[in-house]
Design a protein around this ligand. Sequence first.
Ligand code: ADP
Ligand code: ASP
Ligand code: MG
Length: 442
Amino acid sequence: MEREALIVAKFGGTSVGSREAILQLRSIVEKSPKLRVIVVSATSGTTNELCALAENPHELSILERVIDRHLKLANELKLVVIDQHGHRSKLYTLFDEMRAYCFAAQVEKINFLLFRDHLLSFGEALSVALLSEYLQAAVVDARELIITDDNFGEATPLEVKSEVLREALLYSQLVITAGFIGGTRAGTTTTLGRGGSDYSAALIARALNADCLQIWTDVSGVYTCDPRSVPNAKSIPRMNQTVAAELAFWGAKVLHPATLLPIFNSNTKVWVGNTFAPEEAGTWIDSGTAVGDSAVQAITFRPSQTIVTLIRVKKHNTYGFLARVFALLTKHKISVDHVTTSEISTSFTVYEPAMLTASPILEELSELAEVKLENNFALISLVGQNIIDRPHALEETWKLLNGHSVRSLYMGASKNNISFLIAESIAHTIVKKLHAHFLELY
Ligand code: ADP
Ligand code: ASP
Ligand code: MG
């Protein structure tokens, strides 16, 4: 299919979170007439605050903090929130709706997950209200655009109604919508999981068959490691889609883990760049081969991992054991990461450890086997195209670990990563050592 000469650009929390950022955003948009769809996150900190408010809707000081932040931004951008005739802007209406919504939750019995998703959606809605007015852009309601199932908090997109966007694009040079948010077929608000705006933007770019998806954030592209924990990390000029997808999956926060999935097998190019330094280097992600075949390209780190071990004390060699374990995990919608298995025991980590305590899964697993939990592990991954073919990659890693005990080493399922679990207390030191060895030599 021919690609459209169209750019979909996503701006993250810090990229919409201050006057300075919004001025930069406007300049990026003005310089690129092909940039016609903007997907925005909530301003930085807002989603965290709304999560806290969902837990305790009586804590109205949190709500007022969120409102004040947006009022201040509106004033700094010289937007009129309420005019001399008492006409209220969309922003002001949203403030009222949020207050009313929290009040209702204080007095009525609520479905918590449904309530939380709707409350969180105000974060993105506030950004859309501010920016649509500032940029004079048309608004498309994300709930009518990205149709999802009703798995609140981590909803799965079922369909993108691109015709809604295409129609808006007929009448407006610039269209803005909220990232992170979707809606069920019945019209209930859902969210796609934390950091999900990247994913929304990718879904939209794919549905429009866009030429390019731009992810504008607060660092200059995808780095060899999180630049906040390893200051020597460098921006990677070009990456292959599959490798970048693995990097996102194994913990590089700069891209939501699912971001690249909609883009696979399409010609949509992805650019990750810095809103605050748009001319600076960034990262191109495409379907070509990576530069430096079979080299380590990046190191990722995921903290707070819990290892679940199931010991089959009752019987051994029972067929169907793993099937029963996975059936329970499926029932509770828990995604498993790493699995190792031997004759009597099976260990795994889960993508979101909090899910283990938020459901009766552990109790149910204990009916099948003895369950052991070990906390405070970190998952470290070395990522690069065909990395497992790099001569000595494993030996070199082993040497750098310097006798520290490693739990569950994984390689082979994908050719593009080697990962292992290690005690969280030493993980940062190990990441730095690995980075210095594999990525600071040139
Ligand atoms: P946004 O709000 O723009 O979506 P995020 O905070 O979600 O921004 O993602 C950007 C952050 O991701 C950076 O500030 C950086 O600290 C972190 N990060 C983690 N790993 C990487 C990596 N490999 N490359 C770049 N940034 C990374
Ligand atoms: N605002 C949401 C979050 O903080 C989505 C995003 O920023 O991508 O998780
Ligand atoms: Mg993000």
